[in-house]
Design a protein around this ligand. Sequence first.
Ligand SMILES: Cc1cc2nc3c(=O)[nH]c(=O)nc-3n(C[C@H](O)[C@H](O)[C@H](O)COP(=O)(O)O)c2cc1C
Length: 241
Amino acid sequence: MRVWNRYGYGGIICIFPPSNYNKEVKRVISTLILGIMIFNNNSFSQEKIPLPQPSKKGKQSFEEVINIRKSIRDYSQEALTKAELSNLLWAAYGKNSYRKTVPSAGALYPIVIYLIAGKVKDLSQGVYRYDADRHCLIKNSDKDVREDLTRAALSQDCIKEAPVIIAICARYEITASKYGERGTRYVHIETGHVAQNIYLQAVNLRLGTVAVGAFYDEQVKKILDIEEEPLLLMPVGKPYS
Ligand SMILES: Cc1cc2nc3c(=O)[nH]c(=O)nc-3n(C[C@H](O)[C@H](O)[C@H](O)COP(=O)(O)O)c2cc1C
């Protein structure tokens, strides 16, 4: 029997015991098989890529960073490093000394961050989900979807030219479960917090980014193969100097 989840197939052969086994033996064996299936499905089908610890010391003062923040849409073709990615993703939605780097209504954290990696040193191209608890990336697919995403984003070239794109997505139902319709407003506000952290961390790392909100939602969902709602795409790269 093969078990499918959104991260892939976890395959094991499930052979039920012959009918002359007594009921208790059957129950124990079935439980064991189920346990193996769950373990197999969760542990082996998802490629987890650990990220280096993010640096907590900035190169510039906070005021200097805010003062020079701006949207940057032209990037060099230089690859990003895992250290840079680590700092960007941590700033976006990582764990800090208290909870997370961004506030969240009811501490419900409805945001899901995806990374579209095109050119990163020692990281293969593909779509990854950021797991903030473990500060690692979980591979969703190994396709370079930057061209497809560019088309879905009204042919904005900054998407295909960037070595990476951070997609800020959300599960509205998490916040709606407590706040009802008002949850939608809260999710959008939280997206802004995440985006600003990415902007500021990009400045700190001498990188450039822009918040891209103009895209076809359904196309982006299909390209990334995700269930969450995409709210902003943030291409990141070294600015042309
Ligand atoms: C919600 C939102 C959506 C945006 N969408 C786009 C976009 O699709 N394409 C783009 O080039 N810039 C986009 N921007 C960036 C704005 O154009 C930019 O912030 C504005 O021109 C001010 O420039 P600055 O960020 O350099 O201060 C967006 C910004 C926000 C906040």
